[in-house]
Design a protein around this ligand. Sequence first.
Ligand code: PBE
Length: 295
Amino acid sequence: MFKKFLTMGLTLTLAVGVAACGSGEETNEDATVGERLDYEIIGIDPGAGLMKATAQVLEDYELTDWELVEGSGAAMTAALKKAYNNEEPIVVTGWTPHWMFSKFDLKYLEDPKGIYGEDESIHTLVRNGLKEDLPGVHQVLDQFNWTSDDMGEVMVMNEDGMSSEESAAQWVADHADMVAEWTDGAAKGNGEEVTIAFVAWASEIASTHVIGQVLMDHGYDVTLRQVEVGPMFAGVADGSVDALVAAWLPITHADHYSTFEGDFEDLGANLVGTKVGLVVPSYMDIDSIEDLKSE
Ligand code: PBE
């Protein structure tokens, strides 16, 4: 079992209530999409890079009537599920890899101004000195890399009701060959402590538990520490945590990365081809962020 620090439970519960409001009672076919949605875009936790980018989107596309509702990843998917089941309109801040695309028929709104940027990568960052202190851990983290589909499998297991520990263990058992490549040549541990920080985004819950499981199986005493995004970066920079596998670059976490650059070691991408943006159910008849403007 992992040791875990959970600090966000209350925030999640409160935010579900907030995000669940606002899906209109009656639908007026003549109303604009903005009117039907009370001009609300359902966001996630305020620290997320996606929120910062979306604030920029509202500005650059002059969506002055619109509000970006803060909440959490869990609150956002709860609001999406509710709207989807009632075939109501909704606009959320979304990302890939995410189980939402396997459970619902969704589309990204086109972003002709390119504010959300091109595809990104997820990097592994470790504290300075980890290589000398725990070379085996450093090597496993350096060799860790997988695909969106791999991560998606874990996310779907989580969404289908398995605990994040169970699904990580299951995935690792099912992919012994890939895991063997990550641990190849790395010194086994003898109960040394390793702490990995993560934010409670569905994607990072999946990746962090998988790498945690791998390190645990390799002989280390692993703690997964759930924090917000700022403290996650500050943690590898000040050495209070050993690693994170959740840095979305070059755009989404650019500000956190540059704040602490030099105070951590970047081991490069563990996954390539991510995407972020505004996401709507496919049954909505808008295709572009431009379509949110009411003339
Ligand atoms: N996300 C998932 C994060 C990075 C991982 C896209 C919600 C963010 O926006 O910061």
